[in-house]
Ligand binder design. Structure first.
Ligand SMILES: [Zn+2]
Length: 293
């Protein structure tokens, strides 16, 4: 069942809700254990230091079957970073990967760019497994996902649950670039190619037929299915979430930063009757990401 389907199904009755949570939890446990990490300990450390998982591991758990993530990416706010790294050092055999060539300064995920303060590339010498610990500029690492190069990556695993910003596209294995010009960038092209090998399609515009088809008929500017217009992480237009254990709904909601964003401006996305249009200036993807006090 797709992540969207699971979330919808979990609302039908108590037993379905428990089953859906268990399904997600098993998926998260599997991803963590593939990297030699124990679920309870890892979740506890993530809670204590304010760390989340994003990248390919967070994408992987949205599907019942699929690719093997090549690495696990933790994102942690600047205040929790030292503590979280100390935890990794004491609980695992991941150590800084000295053999890794330095990141080129214009890489999307290099320090000082896109909300990223520091990146540590770690490796477990025995298994060769890779882990990246990214410290974000912001105290809360969640909003950094909105600065990723494609909507396909805008997913998180937190200690309380799993969240997905563009479920109607992501669960159909489709992503949109946050800027059309990125399609010309060779690093981004390599990432698009890698995604394609895993069965994902990343397109450069919201007008792409694959996007329109994936969105299907829906109520525009409502809920998380419609990607159009301004959205806020703390509203019902925030991330589509599934908590991992009973009673964590409130916790998942509480950790969301008060951040508004807009990737898709006023373009039509299926509802011809909707006449709301946003000024063309805002059509530029990723036109704003604002943090309200
Ligand atoms: Zn719409």
């Amino acid at each position: 069942m797709s992540f969207e389907g699971l979330v919808a199904f979990s609302a039908t009755d108590n037993e379905s809700r428990r089953n859906c949570k268990r399904t997600m939890r098993v998926r998260v446990e599997k991803v963590l254990s593939a990297f030699g990490l124990e679920y309870n300990k890892t979740m506890k450390a993530m809670k204590e230091h304010g760390a989340i998982i994003s990248g390919s591991s967070a994408l992987r758990v949205l599907f019942a079957e699929g690719f093997e993530p090549g690495d696990i990416d933790f994102y942690v706010g600047r205040e929790g970073s030292a503590g979280f790294q100390a935890w990794i050092e004491s609980e695992s055999m991941y150590r800084e990967d000295v053999g890794k060539p330095p990141t080129e300064p214009d890489d999307w995920y290099s320090a000082g760019r896109h909300g990223i303060r520091e990146v540590k590339w770690l490796k477990e010498s025995e298994t060769g497994k890779k882990m990246n610990v990214v410290t974000t500029q912001d105290v809360c690492p969640i909003s950094v996902i909105l600065q990723f190069y494609t909507t396909l990556s805008m997913n998180i695993i937190s200690w309380a649950g799993v969240g997905c910003a563009y479920p109607s596209l992501t669960t159909k294995r489709i992503g949109v670039l946050v800027g059309r010009e990125l399609a010309e960038n060779r690093r981004v092209q390599r990432r698009i190619q890698k995604a394609a090998e895993r069965g994902f399609l990343i397109v450069s515009t919201w007008k792409d037929d694959a996007v329109t088809e994936a969105l299907g008929p829906h109520q525009c500017l409502k809920g998380r299915t419609c990607p159009r217009g301004a959205r806020n992480m703390r509203t019902n237009r925030g991330l589509l979430c599934m908590v991992l254990d009973e009673g964590k709904e409130g916790e998942m909601q509480k950790m969301m930063p008060n951040v508004s964003w807009m990737m898709m401006g006023g373009e039509d996305c299926g509802d011809e009757h909707d006449s709301i249009r946003v000024s063309t200036r805002r059509h530029r993807l990723g036109a704003f990401v604002s943090i309200k006090a």
